[in-house]
Design a binder for this molecule. Sequence first.
Ligand SMILES: NC(=O)c1ccc[n+]([C@@H]2O[C@H](COP(=O)([O-])OP(=O)(O)OC[C@H]3O[C@@H](n4cnc5c(N)ncnc54)[C@H](OP(=O)(O)O)[C@@H]3O)[C@@H](O)[C@H]2O)c1
Length: 245
Amino acid sequence: MSNHVYIITGASSGLGAELTRQLLLEQNTVFCLSRTENDDIKRQAVGYRYKFYSIDLSYAERVALIMQDILATIDPININSITLINNAASVSPIKDIQYCTQEEIISNVQLNLTTPIILTSNFMRLTSEWKINRRIVNISSASAQYPAQSMSLYCSTKSALNMFSKCIGLEQDGKPNSVQIFTVDPGMMDTNLQHIARTSDFELSDLFSKHKSEGHLSEPADVALNLISLIESSVKKNSDIIRLY
Ligand SMILES: NC(=O)c1ccc[n+]([C@@H]2O[C@H](COP(=O)([O-])OP(=O)(O)OC[C@H]3O[C@@H](n4cnc5c(N)ncnc54)[C@H](OP(=O)(O)O)[C@@H]3O)[C@@H](O)[C@H]2O)c1
């Protein structure tokens, strides 16, 4: 029986759902956070160590309590590692910034940036006495480095998430019982996020359609497989931004 625990945000579809499926099959304990539960995973998870929390992660002030609830159910004596995967994100709103509402701006920044920061902070503090491997994986994007019109919130929150991870990596370097933190750019995957980018009315939608029609999108199941082997490998990756493609 595996003694590894994973906490995954955005586990109902795309990359998060595939990570959850594969980690459950490896007999890991998986805590999933998103607004909706994936019915297939719910069926698959019968008899496995799986718990789903329904939460809208764009309300960042609610996420600390969930992290406390999750960690309170775990006895660190019985596990070897715990990994937080900040995966949930949204590419919306796809609009020039002057047309974004205040609510859309706040919602995007909270989901893509504030929530991962608060989860990271609480995870690190509440597990600080746990003598096990502790890891945080932040899912980023090439958009963190390439400015794009009508995608300013997505690009800038991903860019800030990269910098946040590097800063925390520095804070942890050389500390006893440190947390390993790194960022992963998974590359373009055939998920709902890509569908939204293709079907939105903006300058780059044709480019996103071309990526799909020319077969440039990876299957999220393949990306999840690579990401799990990266997480489980003992290669030192603190503060790194790792491209999976
Ligand atoms: N697809 C790509 O080409 C691509 C490329 C580079 C990076 N990425 C990154 O990869 C990660 C996964 O993306 P994906 O492509 O797998 O996206 P996806 O299929 O759209 O899945 C997004 C996940 O986030 C959750 N989510 C969205 N808004 C939420 C909210 N307000 N509260 C709670 N959960 C929320 C969704 O669940 P609910 O709707 O049930 O809440 C869903 O489980 C993201 O960080 C993304 O930026 C993707």
